[in-house]
Design a protein. Structure first.
Length: 276
């Protein structure tokens, strides 16, 4: 060590700032701990209460109910998407009659509970059996599955119409003006320019709507449809074991989680050019 270095005192080590523990951080840790304990308790209850006889007897029923739920939701969403297109266009129309008609439809089906809509369709149309038989529609309204599908289709069409309308209105007007300056027809402008941008905006709301429909489909069990919740009610009525509903919750949670990850992957794939 040189003489100059001996004269220069060593620099003190920088003081490490200790951040105070906030109340929100403590609350978060406590909540995470409670969730972890709840998860451990659920796993313990499932393992300790495992009954092979019940599993072999009611397991196939759960799978059958799962298929009914998925098919019911899939058909309702697909038909609701087709119905939402004219409703969304009518909501954006300058025609006052079409606009008012579409607004009334959306207002009614978004403002009333899905359960009430299901009851009105299943029990309400059932009161007009002679008239429905006369026009050949009784075969449709006498089946609980068809009534559940119809109520869910009409409900999701109202929500999907608003999602689509908001997504289309979010596209900048410059896109329309640029297409007009190039002489593109309105149909080509909408199909090639506006709709792809609108669907990217609508991706996340559409995912939320699908998840809500999956969870909301459980109400069809009240009109004797043996979907996942309907089979769960049947199993509970025979066993009086609360784990029947616990397994149903696990099924619904698994479906939603798989759908959430799949939808996130689709969104990341379709919007990868926006992240560059």
């Amino acid at each position: 060590m040189s003489y100059v270095q001996e004269l220069i005192p060593p620099r003190p080590a920088p003081a490490v700032a200790i951040k105070p523990v906030s109340a929100s951080r403590i609350t978060g840790v406590v909540l995470l701990t409670l969730w972890a304990l709840l998860g451990v308790a659920l796993v313990y209850m499932i393992v300790s209460g495992w009954d092979v006889e019940k599993f072999t007897r009611y397991g196939p029923r759960y799978l059958s109910g799962l298929w009914v739920t998925l098919s019911l939701v899939g058909v309702s969403l697909a038909l609701g998407a087709l119905l939402s297109l004219p409703i969304a266009f009518a909501r954006m129309s300058s025609n006052r009659f079409l606009n008012a008609l579409a607004y009334g439809y959306v207002y009614v089906f978004r403002g009333t509970p899905l359960l009430a809509q299901l009851y009105l369709i299943y029990y309400g149309f059932g009161s007009f059996r002679p008239q429905l038989e006369a026009v050949g529609l009784w075969w449709f309204f006498r089946e609980a599955w068809y009534c559940g599908m119809l109520s869910m289709m009409l409900n999701t069409a109202a929500y999907q119409a608003e999602i689509l309308r908001g997504a289309i209105l979010s596209v900048p007007k410059g896109q329309f003006e640029g297409a007009q300056s190039l002489g593109l027809p309105a149909s080509v402008t909408f199909r090639k320019i506006v709709l792809p941008q609108a669907l990217i905006v609508a991706l996340r709301p559409y995912g939320n709507e699908i998840i809500l429909m999956i969870k909301g489909s459980a109400i069809v069990a009240v009109v004797t449809v043996l979907d996942l919740m309907g089979q769960t009610r049947y199993a509970f009525s025979r066993t009086f074991d609360y784990q029947a509903y616990l397994w149903a919750a696990i099924f619904y949670l698994s479906i939603v989680e798989l759908l959430r990850h799949a939808w996130a992957a689709i969104e990341a794939r379709l919007t990868r050019h926006l992240k560059r």
